[in-house]
Design a binder for this molecule. Sequence first.
Ligand code: BDR
Ligand code: CA
Length: 344
Amino acid sequence: VIPLFLDCDPGIDDALALGWLFCQDDVEILGIAASGGNVSTAQVLTNTLGWLQLAGRTELSVHPGAEHPLAGASEYAEETHGDTGAGYARLPTGGFTADELPAAQAWVRAARAYPGELIGVLTGPATNLALALQLEPQLPQLLKRLFIMGGAFNYRGNTRPTTEWNVSYDPEATKAVIDAFGASTHLPVIGPIEATEAVALTPERLQQMLDRPRSEPWSGFLDQLAEALRFYFEFHETDGHGYLAHVHDPYVTAAAVAWARNQTAAEPEQDSSPHGAAGIIPWAHETEKAAVDVELLGSLTRGETVADWLGRWGRVPNAEIIRSLDAEAFLEHLTITLRQGPQH
Ligand code: BDR
Ligand code: CA
């Protein structure tokens, strides 16, 4: 069993990541933190509970995240994910309530429960994890590995010209997390948008996910996911990418789980490539280790992630960055997985 803690901000691609996770029999979801980001923390919490209720996973604990980033004010992305953060989906409300334990404490509890084994995944801003580090500075040693969806390295941003959404929302938190986790045995894995953007879900793929006799509750979950994605397709078309959707979060979530599976295999594949664990980070064509930092000050570039590819700073690498991935293979896997649904 792979113990996992997810910190997310559903968010349409976060909902897909949740859906993919629900289909994994060997993953024990120790908790889900609701982070402010795509919409407010309160709305993310409502959405997370709604998606879980639809999928029949009301036994899981959902923890309220911080209301605001560590510094500065919250900004939301309604144009990308819709006013509710779930596109055109209609999610159930009221059938299930959040856990009282705040997200930062829930991170610490999960890490202490599975020392050296927990896989952490961030598909939203890093605020809760940064707060958790203040409570338990040993978190990087307690986790087996952290996977982060975020950042844009030498690339056009999806928020400001050079910044990616999750990092832009809380640059201080991202920096605190990378600084702390960058000193652990397994460097944190970062899936930046220039890599995850390649995972472009099309209406045809969505149709394949739906084209199958289905039973409840999965059928209801997929139907609402389709409604959410319809909004996401429209947003991407308006934003100039065509009628498709970049689904960043399911890739990083699935890569985290598949990496952990390989680690527990009888003969795990080893990291022998000079550029890092290409092939070991599943579906990644190429990864690269580098010293990474986050710009906190720049009047034009606050929230930009900077990787020192050529070692100009003379610092040791503190992250492993996914540079390119096999998007078609992953999309095929995602489509088949969601189409089949949970296997229990
Ligand atoms: C990230 O920002 C959010 O809008 C998405 O859910 C994803 O986590 C991509 O930049
Ligand atoms: Ca997200």
